[in-house]
Design a protein around this ligand. Sequence first.
Ligand code: AGP
Length: 617
Amino acid sequence: MCGIVGYVGKRDAVPVLVEGLHRLEYRGYDSAGLAVVHRGRLAVTKTAGRVQDLRDKLKTNTKATLGIGHTRWATHGEPNEVNAHPHTDTAGRIAVVHNGIIENAEQLRAQLQGSGVRLVSDTDTEALAHMIAAELAAAEAGDGPAAPGDLEDAVIRTLRRVEGAYGLVVLDIKNPDQLVVARNGSPIVLGLGENEMFVASDVSALVRYTRQVIYLEDGEVAKIRATDYRTTTLAGQDASAKIPMTVDADDDDYELGPYQDYMRKEIHEQPDALRRALRGRLDDRFATARLGGINLDARELRSIRCVKFLGCGSAYYAGQMGATVIEELARIPADAEPASEFRYRSPVVDPDTLYVAVSQSGETIDTLMAVQELKRKGGQVMGAVNVVGSAIGRECGRGIFLHAGPEVAVASTKALTNMAVSFALLGLLLGRVRDLSAASGHRVVTGLRALPEQVNRILAAEEDIATIAGRFAHAEHMFFIGRVRGWPVAREGAQKLKEISYVHAEAYQAGELKHGPLALIAADMPSVVIVPSDDLVAKNISTIEQIKARGGPVIAVTSTDIPEGLADAVIRVPRAEPELEPILLNVPLQILAYHAAAKLGRDIDKPRNLAKSVTVE
Ligand code: AGP
């Protein structure tokens, strides 16, 4: 969703900020803007278009060494130039960029209007700029509690009157050597350079310049200058004792290289991503997995009576894959639930259940809130996150890092694959402290090790899958059908197709077809049927026959042999250990969705209405 960048140092700030905004485009946005201090005055440029439009609009002679920038995802007010950030006070002294939602914005706006301030935008953020300016003005007139000219103090006093979520950066032309940043529920990371400092909502905007970062915690404020920074809490306590982290990514990870879009690049990165997820985690001697980050010894692992995955969208479907493999390998009950529902239904939290919060970004607000609800009720929770240092990872304090590398495309591919393989590792570990035999453990270890190469073989068939996608891309609706292991695969396949191609896709359990959806089967309703190599092959073949008998076209995605000529198209994947097959069966569905979307001319990396990380409700 919204993105933030900030810079203070010796470089020309404008290109640094624009470059940072380009890097944040993947998060999804509808307008962009930046503010710099140029010759002692505030220079603000905004656009209701893309970052490229902003770049075109910028005056080439606007030189500055301090500035802030923003990509906005509209919440308060429509996406237009006036509502785009940065927002300023009336005198043009203060500029603010803000992610999140101020919940008492209406009240704050009314108070400002009551005191004669003319608000020009519909946003919650504009109120902050006026309030900070008012604090500074009062202090400078000697009739306010803030210290004269102290921007940090004015920001803190303002934020104490604010309810809601924010990540924000404030610039004051009368303090042209510093930025003040604050966080409450919306990520803010400081990038430490040599005699320069960067701020961003996401490390992708700053890895080009530095890999040394500090994550702000909720309730913290930082004053940053080119050579130093100081963090305090809103309550005024010193919070400077922070050890910088080294980001496990560099600028090249965010480059497209020979690819036209990130989704295809990330699909092709899966063999390497899988190798990273498995590295050091397979224990041949004891035929088990090593997952040090979950911090549970054998006795504690044994005392887990149930596993529950919580995630949103594809992360939820990956959790469903996880639940299936854990039940199979460990023989303990496991299921998955959308994190977005969890806290609203007053969940019964069981102390013997291991809850797993699943998130690529580690910033999804609903998943984060589910973790907080669990912790409040004494639940045991661990994270399965890709972004190290992210809010969910830190809130959980233990878990499994996915090691997929930076994922830029809105449509999750390699992170989902690494989620699924991580849950297979967890299943193996839980199984081996219970009744899974060493022989079965060895079989799974060998199967896991084979996965990267097997994914490579699927990728080698991309052209054939693209041809199939081309044949069916113009369908208005599609079904994705799966049974047991194939069911979460079908759900994720439908999700991927609809989010990037806008083709309406629904997933059904094969056994449910006859209870209603079969009425929709017709020549213009293709079905993708997932057929793993398990003891349900005959049942799945019979499902295909039932669809065919009603004139419905079928694309079978399978690791087994199905009768010649039964399906209209067949996509084959290598046969894997049965419990691991969902991981492979999912990959051609990514390719299918990608090529259907490409055929339809969609903006694949930035599908309409969607954002990469959903940091507001
Ligand atoms: C995936 O293709 C989707 N864009 C979306 O469902 C995503 O998985 C979901 O928003 C959760 O994101 P997270 O993994 O970063 O928490």
